[in-house]
Ligand binder design. Structure first.
Ligand SMILES: Nc1ncnc2c1ncn2[C@@H]1O[C@H](COP(=O)(O)OP(=O)(O)OP(=O)(O)O)[C@@H](O)[C@H]1O
Length: 251
């Protein structure tokens, strides 16, 4: 469904020298797949997401969604960033309805859709609150609901739970799996957290860089829900850890 075909991305660095953020990266992602990108800071994970989102253009190579080249942002490819990027002056309901408003969906319909997704992320009671009245975890749920409300084919998540405490993070991971199983989106998820990758992914893509490259891909075929205490889960975490260690010299 989603194909990165020999993608290279260069930026002009602060010192005027070119930085190769990605070098010749190829990856094919199936419909309904959950793929996690892992790797040390600077290896090109965010750049990969931004290219898929159409927020950046590849220097070389192509990105195809259903065979059609990605040439700019689209409601079909929605990003959830690490920090909740809500409009502070809009209520929760109107934040979630924003993308639909842009698409010209009538008010009653867009509010009904927004309420549906807010209920899905457990915020049915908070529809009239403003972002500043919510906790960080709640704001991030709103961001997830907003991304889902426009029914994108691909959800791009850039460490969406990275700023949250461990307990809230666990709740949102479980919710994301539930929503993904119900909604069957294709998800590309960036994380630094090995447990998170093991919990979520169908495949873990290990990157190294700069220049960013894919060094290894690991299939995670444990049935869901995955039990973090189960020996098979711990073995999977260990395999991801070992791959990162081998690729990046982590320990
Ligand atoms: N707009 C930009 N201008 C110049 N260089 C950039 C730009 N965006 C990214 N880079 C460089 O490209 C490389 C990859 O950055 P990227 O943000 O994709 O890495 P990352 O793996 O997401 O890192 P992190 O885990 O720290 O978020 C880095 O060397 C970074 O400095």
């Amino acid at each position: 469904m989603l194909e990165l075909d020999r993608v290279t991305k260069r930026f002009n660095g602060a010192d005027g020298r070119a930085v190769t953020a990605l070098s010749d990266v190829s990856l094919t992602i199936a419909r309904h797949e959950m793929v996690c990108l892992v790797g040390r800071s600077g290896c090109g994970k965010t750049t990969t997401l931004r290219l898929i989102a159409g927020l950046e253009r590849a220097t070389h190579g192509r990105i195809l969604l259903n065979g059609v080249p990605v040439e700019g942002p689209s409601a079909q490819r929605c990003v959830v960033f690490q920090r909740y990027t809500l409009f502070p002056w809009r209520s929760v309901l109107r934040n979630v309805a924003f993308g639909l408003e842009i698409q010209g969906v009538p008010k009653s319909k867009r509010h009904a859709i927004a309420r549906h997704y807010l209920a899905l992320v457990g915020l049915a009671e908070q529809v009239h609150a403003f972002p500043a009245q919510l906790s960080g975890g709640m704001q991030q749920r709103v961001a997830v609901a907003r991304a889902l409300a426009t029914d994108p084919q691909v959800l791009l998540m850039d460490e969406p739970f990275g700023a949250l405490d461990a307990q809230t993070r666990t709740v949102l991971q479980q919710e994301l799996i539930r929503i993904w199983q119900e909604d069957r989106k294709t998800i590309v998820f960036v994380t630094h957290d090995i447990q998170e990758a093991a919990l979520l992914a169908d495949r873990v893509v290990v990157m190294q860089g700069p220049p960013g490259r894919i060094q290894a891909i690991l299939n995670c075929d444990l049935p869901r829900p995955r039990d973090k205490g189960a020996p098979a889960f711990l073995a999977l975490c260990d395999r991801i850890h070992t791959m990162l260690e081998v690729v990046n010299g982590w320990n």
